[in-house]
Design a protein around this ligand. Structure first.
Ligand SMILES: Nc1ncnc2c1ncn2[C@@H]1O[C@H](COP(=O)(O)OP(=O)(O)OP(=O)(O)O)[C@@H](O)[C@H]1O
Ligand SMILES: [Mg+2]
Length: 311
């Protein structure tokens, strides 16, 4: 059987805004990496031997300087989505990006992912300009984005397959990651056989498979019911504690941001600018949603995004 995704040509997909020839050819340890192929308009690069477990050196990992993005619509309109974003994120931080609908959260995340080019300003990961998507950034989307024609194991190992990693190592990695997300023994199942919460846990496992420096998550739990959402929030914190990945997590849910983050960044209405940047004390964990401290933060953040006490 031939899988359409594996045989598709780059020209079959809408391209990203990047000149693909601009893509860096070094991994986050500075080693030369081999371009494997282009899929979905994005170049996927990695090579066996460049994968590493564990976190990066301390220090600013992501740096934005006066970053802006303007969309140009088909009707010739200019839409300024974000502007003047100046921000440093250290390795190991769990940063929640909070703001009202349409304020540019996804736009900012997509620039860090390399799906969108900045219109102005600087954006760096580990000192290198971000020019295109790469395996050093794992992305989890809101909608279930697993490949329906692949088993859970093949979904998780997809990035490793693209990187030319051997079948034995791919299987071992998928098994380890399924354990990490609390879903051992489902590797042979297909996405349609899973609940929404299970699909998102598999998506997290897939995003972690190339051992990225950063995990980018765009409202990954928004489509889930409240109970499943809270359970996945707890599991994500557990995964973060075990992997110490740097996480950039987009949400417009204030309670979710306070429960998860080591730092909450609030964007104003469009064009999104940073209006609050709050570091939450690590000794304030586990965070009880009914505690006075939680409620104080809730009020402050609600005021900052202009929704005063409601969510
Ligand atoms: N491709 C596009 N072309 C034109 N305008 C766009 C495009 N994508 C987003 N926008 C506009 O840019 C602004 C920011 O969009 P973005 O998706 O980043 O917001 P958001 O904060 O993620 O919103 P939400 O919370 O609803 O997901 C919005 O006003 C949106 O309409
Ligand atoms: Mg969005």
């Amino acid at each position: 059987m031939k899988f359409p995704f594996l045989t598709a040509k780059t020209k079959d997909f809408p391209g990203s805004e990047f000149e693909r020839s601009n893509c860096p050819r070094r991994d986050n340890e500075g080693q030369a990496i081999v371009p494997i192929r282009s899929v979905g308009g994005k170049r996927i690069e990695a090579a066996e031997g460049t994968l590493h477990r564990g976190s990066l050196d301390a220090g600013a990992l992501i740096e934005c300087r006066e970053l802006a993005h303007v969309y140009h619509t088909r009707l010739g309109e200019e839409i300024a989505a974000v502007r003047d974003i100046t921000l440093s994120i250290d390795a190991g931080e769990f940063v929640c990006l909070l703001g009202p609908s349409g304020c540019g959260k996804t736009t900012l995340l997509n620039m860090v992912a390399g799906f969108l080019a900045p219109s102005a300003g600087k954006l760096r990961l580990n000192g290198d300009d971000i020019r295109c998507p790469a395996p050093d950034r794992g992305v989890v989307f809101q909608d279930y984005s697993l490949f329906p024609w692949l088993t859970v194991e093949a979904n998780i190992a997809y990035g490793l397959l693209m990187a030319g990693v051997s079948a034995k190592r791919r299987k071992a990695a998928a098994t380890e990651l399924l354990e990490l997300v609390g879903l051992p023994h489902i590797g042979a199942q297909y996405p349609f056989e899973l609940s929404g919460g299970m699909k998102q846990r598999v998506a997290i496992a897939r995003a972690l498979a190339t051992d990225p420096a950063v995990l980018l998550m765009d409202e990954p739990f928004a489509a889930l019911d409240a109970m499943t959402r809270e359970s996945l929030q707890r599991q994500l914190l557990d995964i973060w504690a075990r992997t110490r990945k740097t996480v950039l997590f987009v949400t417009h849910n204030i309670g979710e941001a306070i429960f998860l983050a080591s730092r909450v960044i609030v964007l104003s209405a469009r064009p999104g600018r940073i209006v609050e940047d709050i570091r939450l004390p690590e000794n304030f964990r586990p965070r009880k949603r009914t505690s006075p401290e939680f409620n104080r933060l809730y009020e402050r953040l609600a005021k900052a995004i202009g929704v005063e006490g409601t969510e």
